[in-house]
Design a protein around this ligand. Sequence first.
Ligand code: AMP
Ligand code: MG
Length: 408
Amino acid sequence: MLLTFEQAKKALLEAASLNHKPLTEKVTLLAALDRVTAEPVVSPINVPSFNNSAMDGYAVRLSDINQSKLLPLATTIFAGDDISNLNWPIGTCLRIMTGAPVPDEAEAVVMQEQTESTPAGIKFPYEIKSGSNIRYIGEDSKQGSVVVDKGIRLTIATLSSLATLGIAELTVFSKLKVAIFSTGNELFDIGNPLTNDSAIYDSNRFTLKLLLTQLNCQIIDLGIIADDPNLIKQSLETASKLADLVITSGGVSVGDADYTKTALAELGQINFWKIAMKPGKPFAFGKIGNALFCGLPGNPVSTLVTFYQLVQPLILALVGQSLTTNRMSFKVKTATNLKKSVGRLDFQRGRLQINTDGELEVFSTGQQGSHLTQSFNHANCFIVIEQDRGNVAKGELVTVELFNNLLK
Ligand code: AMP
Ligand code: MG
């Protein structure tokens, strides 16, 4: 029976929640890029931790300004100065630099450009608003407040804001251990010559390594395994002992040499799905020992699309990342006709572009066969065409899903 794409994804996410082993570890802030927070991050201090000046200028009391628009200069405060013993006579102003502490009595900092320096003191010709150019304590983060939720993948921007809080270590979920291998007598490692006419490069394992690196997994690479039932069985057993998740490509279809299927049927509780999606109909999923297993279809485009659409959410769920901010999809007009047969959900590759009228449109990137990898070149989105829909004519609305940073 054909499973819908949504049914398959739901089954994967359910398995993830059942098999989620929330191991955590402490890492330095520098090592935390792309890791997922295992607990909410709480600000240990107020930032700023003291009132300070947003400008190079002059700190004033408004009562002094009401008395006179010309105030003699008392002293200068620099960033890093200790002002606990500051002597600031009534009727004077203070020269103050950006980031320097503002005394409690100061009600505003007037930027230098809005003042005039004279031998008698500083002139303040313009109106001064109470509180202007003072950065107040806790304005950015309040001590004790949650600044990053649990389950968030840490970006440079987020880590940069945590550095302002002085946080040097974070508790994150441990990396997922993922074992991979390819199956097929026709496969050769990239970098080596193809020594016979029916040989091809093992591009899938290379692709999987990039994808798993991008998802910050720990990769266990078991190489290319020949189409030999015993070798495949051994490799699956080894992989399942070393890893939390085993991913293979090829051999899950109905060909005579699709031994992965036979080996899996003997080893574990594996379901051989036929998913109503294109590319990527055959997909094996289940458990071998304590490890989850995903068997991806062998054609390179199918491998990449099924990984992106199904394995990516599985991995994110397994490492505890919340999925809510991971996808962006919307409707736009297609600028090209799109070929589509009714019956499967299509993930065609497209390019979003701005046309000469300044409107967003999507173009097909060309031929969409699951063996034709050039359709990924220059693509920046999936054109997601509903299962029940047929050919789409130029000008019709289609749903596009922008590639997230996994495919950047
Ligand atoms: P299979 O599912 O093993 O029947 O493979 C389907 C198609 O994908 C065949 O044309 C294979 O040669 C090709 N293929 C399988 N594994 C890989 C791989 N690791 N890299 C590139 N192509 C592959
Ligand atoms: Mg094969």
